[in-house]
Design a protein around this ligand. Structure first.
Ligand SMILES: NC(=O)c1ccc[n+]([C@@H]2O[C@H](COP(=O)([O-])OP(=O)(O)OC[C@H]3O[C@@H](n4cnc5c(N)ncnc54)[C@H](OP(=O)(O)O)[C@@H]3O)[C@@H](O)[C@H]2O)c1
Length: 272
């Protein structure tokens, strides 16, 4: 109980979660609300955000504010910042993102740039805007959502991998740089996790080398690691950590590429 109170004391009273309308972000919002945080819920799908806000207030008695924002738009983080200028936010979970696998040269370049603004630049902008606010209030926390394997490259998901590699490196750098201002920064390196993204990629969880983990496990391990240790990044799942420690990067890259290429072929078979 003591550590729960001090976590809320240190990082509360408000937490911001981007990409809160589904999957891992919605789970972050639930777990933080269960510890007494008031929540800012940001994403595009207003109906899902409103339903989650009502659920959090009903179940946990906390306040929740919905901010509808498309984080692939250039001025999105400025607008998000203005919408929550009156709130004392001590914890920021920069989680929004998605993927659209395919053959790099066949992809529409404008769409690649839109995805890159979401998957990379929105995290940079969130870290800059809210990092400044946290520094002015004397400290806080920033969690940045990365992706397993991204740092080594993921064939057929090259744009997303590059974007998430930027996020990982950004987080590792800020972990050291912002510590002086009392801001703890950690990148949570998301492994295959059972959300809409798995289906969007066309992956069959039964055929994956490691079954996708639940959002509950992904988020609870991440929050435990954030609280407990001073690591710059954290990969949920013991088996994932073992795999990434012992499997050489080039093998991991080939395995992930083969898995996504198979999923793409299945998707086009189904579409035909
Ligand atoms: N699940 C996995 O296996 C996996 C693996 C590696 C990395 N990740 C990363 O984990 C994070 C969470 O994804 P998830 O697995 O929970 O998938 P998800 O259920 O699809 O959630 C993605 C969230 O991002 C939001 N989002 C997408 N585009 C947005 C935009 N343009 N502006 C604002 N918000 C946007 C979505 O909300 P709206 O659609 O309502 O805007 C949604 O809330 C993402 O950064 C993803 O890249 C996931």
């Amino acid at each position: 109980m003591k550590s729960i109170v001090s976590f809320l004391d240190r990082y509360g009273p408000w937490a911001l979660v981007t990409g809160a309308s589904s999957g891992i972000g919605a789970e972050f919002a639930r777990q933080l609300a269960s510890e007494g945080f008031h929540l800012v819920l940001a994403a595009r799908r207003e109906d899902l955000l409103d339903a989650l806000a009502a659920e959090l207030s009903r179940r946990f008695g906390v306040q929740a504010r919905v901010v509808v924002v498309d984080l692939s738009e250039e001025d999105a983080v400025d607008r998000l910042g203005r919408a929550v200028a009156d709130l004392d936010i001590g914890l920021v979970v920069s989680n929004a993102g998605t993927g659209d696998p395919g053959h790099f040269l066949d992809q529409d370049h404008d769409e690649q740039l839109r995805l890159f603004r979401l998957n990379a630049l929105s995290h940079l902008n969130v870290a800059h805007h809210f990092g400044g606010r946290l520094a002015r209030r004397g400290g806080g926390g920033i969690l940045l959502g990365g992706a397993m394997g991204a740092a080594h490259g993921i064939p057929f998901s090259a744009n997303e991998a590059g974007a998430k590699a930027l996020v990982q490196s950004l987080g590792e750098s800020l972990h050291v740089e912002l510590r002086r201002q009392g801001i703890r920064v950690m990148t949570y390196v998301v492994p295959p996790t059972d959300t809409a993204i798995i289906r969007k990629f066309g992956l069959d969880p039964e055929l994956m080398p490691v079954k996708p983990m639940s959002t509950t496990q992904c988020v609870s391990e991440t929050l435990r690691a954030f609280r407990a240790n001073g690591k710059s990044s954290f990969l949920p799942g013991r088996m994932n950590r073992i795999m990434s420690a012992i499997i050489p990067a080039f093998v991991m890259r080939l395995m992930m590429g083969a898995m996504i290429e198979r999923a793409l072929a299945n998707r086009s078979d189904q579409a035909a």
